[in-house]
Design a protein around this ligand. Structure first.
Ligand code: HEC
Length: 91
């Protein structure tokens, strides 16, 4: 019984999420989904200070800084991951 309900909820959730995704394509927040890490870095990390050079920190440090700045910059998890991946690739 319980698992049946779960599956129905899950199916509804997936359908609802797809509708949101399609409907949300025109909103500015979802445009960020198509942006690269480098782009997101250039747009977001200069708002409060100069964009730090990717070479300024190690991979390990970027992970921590990413979480710290994610809160400050009000970024989604996906945006943060893209930015941190870019920084780690470019350092
Ligand atoms: C809303 C403002 C804001 C945004 C947007 C922001 N930062 Fe920051 N950042 C700060 C502030 C304030 C500090 C210093 C205090 C602190 O560490 O919280 C800081 C400090 C830093 C530092 C530490 C510098 C040092 O030399 O110790 C790094 C690195 C950094 N930010 C990277 C980033 C990156 C990468 C982004 C983009 C994802 C970003 N910041 C976006 C406000 C911001």
């Amino acid at each position: 019984m319980k698992s049946k309900k779960y599956i129905i909820n899950l199916a509804f959730g997936i359908t609802f999420a797809s509708v949101l995704f399609v409907v949300g394509c025109s909103s500015s927040k979802d445009v960020a989904v198509a942006k690269s890490g480098a782009q997101l870095w250039g747009e977001n990390c200069v708002r409060c200070h100069n964009a730090p050079s990717p070479t300024a920190f190690s991979d390990y440090q970027w992970e921590t800084i990413g979480q710290h700045m994610r809160i400050r910059a009000n970024l989604t998890a996906m945006e943060t991951d893209k930015i941190v991946d870019f920084l780690k690739m470019a350092n």
